[in-house]
Ligand binder design. Structure first.
Ligand SMILES: Cc1cc2nc3c(=O)[nH]c(=O)nc-3n(C[C@H](O)[C@H](O)[C@H](O)COP(=O)(O)OP(=O)(O)OC[C@H]3O[C@@H](n4cnc5c(N)ncnc54)[C@H](O)[C@@H]3O)c2cc1C
Length: 367
């Protein structure tokens, strides 16, 4: 099968999906509002190539990350980098689960780690810690990679404003395609499930001497993680990074654009106080360098689900991104839905696959 496909959005998801479909012989165009790829959430996050250690409370997310990590390294060997010392630690008092339970969950999920007791130099108020092989994403290289790989089919400064859906085709900005994939993380046409938009603030710090990556789990905790420049780290806090909860993308952007120095100071104090509880030398080791603002699209619910899902409405696919390691999952779901769409079976619409649970409504025949 070979189709003409429009992809909207050139974040990690849009770039990977477009590049995979193009290499399978599909006639692909990818449209991005901004002047470069990976400009929004994909270029403004904690740059962690997850293995599953963050998701002790969500099996599906953990599994997707464990598998996606290995596939990411195989497919994009130059787009992530190892971290010399990468510690996940469980605090004595503030974690939602204790250290033995945490270890049990990871080990039984097939996620490799090494327990360490060698952390007193860096950490206090901690009941246990593990060393992990999680890596850091190389954003500059990723932009170069995709802009080269997608040459001729990538359209930058190109905002898509209209899609018209028909039974036999779809028109994007008036041009005819077989399918369209909305890879805007819900910012263009939304996602057919309950979601909200969460503007976020991470803080950038310069390390004054070599420091390990430290992630406190599990629950409303904090982490300090290197970027592609090993002397620059991000500080993130589950409690203090979010700037609110919005049901529309526009309202979330409005909030982000209104952030001023007062709010930055408030958040900086709160986040530094929180991390200093566990990393006592934080203020001596790290010098504040600036803020990173971004927007997360999250499913409504309390179960810590950050897994990826793909939805189809006739010829339009929308991608609910998980973590960056789940780009493979999204592409495979799209291919499988395309195959289903073009098999002899009756066509269905509006079905969603989430964590391997298939939800179908009544079959509908296209005319
Ligand atoms: C604070 C924070 C920390 C995070 N930390 C991590 C982490 O450490 N590791 C990890 O794996 N994940 C992390 N994530 C999640 C990760 O950033 C996202 O899963 C991923 O970036 C989503 O990629 P995407 O391509 O779906 O969306 P985006 O990167 O948001 O890309 C969507 C693109 O669509 C474009 N677009 C929107 N509307 C239109 C339109 N109408 N026409 C054309 N283009 C349009 C946008 O300009 C944008 O470039 C984090 C997210 C945040 C916010």
């Amino acid at each position: 099968m070979s189709f003409k496909v429009a992809v909207i959005g050139a974040g990690w998801y849009g770039c990977h999906i477009a590049s995979s479909l193009a290499s399978l012989g599909f006639d692909v165009r990818i449209f991005e509002s901004e002047r470069r790829t990976l400009h929004c959430a994909s270029g403004n996050n904690q740059f962690r190539l997850h293995m599953g250690f963050h998701y002790a409370r969500h099996h599906g997310t953990r599994q997707q990350s464990r598998d996606g990590f290995l596939r990411f390294i195989e497919r994009y060997p130059d787009l992530s980098h190892p971290i010399e010392k990468n510690i996940y630690a469980i605090p004595v008092a503030d974690s939602l689960i204790d250290f033995p339970t945490y270890k049990l969950i990871m080990a039984s999920s097939g996620i490799d780690f090494v327990e360490t007791t060698d952390f007193d130099q860096w950490l206090k108020n901690v009941s246990g810690a593990v060393l992990t092989q999680e890596r850091v994403l190389m954003i500059k290289q990723a932009r170069e990679h995709f802009e080269k790989r997608l040459k001729g089919i990538l359209h930058l400064n190109a905002t898509v404003r209209s899609i018209e859906a028909f039974d036999s085709h779809v028109r994007v900005e008036g041009e005819k395609y077989d399918y369209v994939i909305d890879a805007t993380w819900g910012h263009f046409s939304g996602i057919p499930r309950d979601i909200y938009y969460e503007p976020t603030m991470l803080l950038y710090y310069e390390a004054q001497y070599a420091h390990p990556a430290i992630t406190m789990v599990d629950g409303p905790l904090c982490s300090v993680y290197p970027t592609e420049d090993p002397s620059i780290f991000t500080l993130s806090s589950v409690e203090h990074t979010p700037l609110g909860t919005y049901i529309s993308s526009a309202a979330a952007w409005e909030k982000l654009n209104s952030v001023g120095s007062d709010l930055v100071e408030l958040k900086r104090n709160a986040m530094e106080n929180q991390i200093t509880r566990y990393v006592p030398n934080f203020k001596e080791c790290f010098k504040f360098r600036g803020v990173q603002l971004s927007i997360k699209t999250k499913p409504v619910g309390k179960d810590d689900d950050r897994s990826c899902a793909v939805y189809r409405d006739k010829r339009t696919f929308s991608v609910m991104s998980g973590k960056i390691d789940t780009i493979f999952y999204a592409t495979e779901r799209i291919l499988s839905l395309l195959e289903e769409n073009n098999s002899s079976a009756p066509l269905t619409r509006n079905f969603a696959i989430q964590n391997d649970i298939l939800q179908l409504d009544l079959p509908v025949k296209f005319k």
